[in-house]
Ligand binder design. Sequence first.
Ligand SMILES: [Cu+2]
Length: 207
Amino acid sequence: MLKPALFLAVFAATAIAAQEGSAAPLSPNCSAKAPVKEFLVATGEWDTVPKERGGMPAPYTDRQQARAANSKLERYTFDPGVIIVKRGDCVVLRIHVVKGSHHNVTIEGTEIGSEGAPVVDDNGAPTGVKAVARSNPNPYEDPARLKDGEFVRGEQIVLKFQANQAGTYRMICEVHTFIGPKGELRGYDEKGKPLSGPMVGYVTVLP
Ligand SMILES: [Cu+2]
């Protein structure tokens, strides 16, 4: 007599697990009922030439790399650097390249990123262009050819996703960030080339 009840209980638990397991932490499609939370994010840049010491230009250490006196220390940023939303929100990030010739965006551990994202104008209207491999529309700036996901100074892209799981997700620009074997973000690549990074922001999804 208990068997049908037991079966139902097991079935229900399995169904709930399947439902939770099937939802990506951040999914590219928003449900119609999800509240829309929109953010404008600009790419920023910090730079400085460290001050002289005792009247003499002094060399310094930048993220454990020796740097010459009078050389510039710089880093690119997402501004704001932390996006806070609630679980279930439909998040729209409009990301505008202001500083730096070009960037890309990947939200780590998810399928959300700038590859193929629509480029929009200042009114938010589609331009028909996507962030895919193409010639740089600003030909006087490097690089001449953009890779998938890269977008350039003056362009604005839209990332849209539904936040399904609470947590903090790193929003990384891989143009300026080298990701080490343990997931650490570095401002130099494996050959020691300075990347003016890491360039990282955070999306925090509250439960
Ligand atoms: Cu970047």
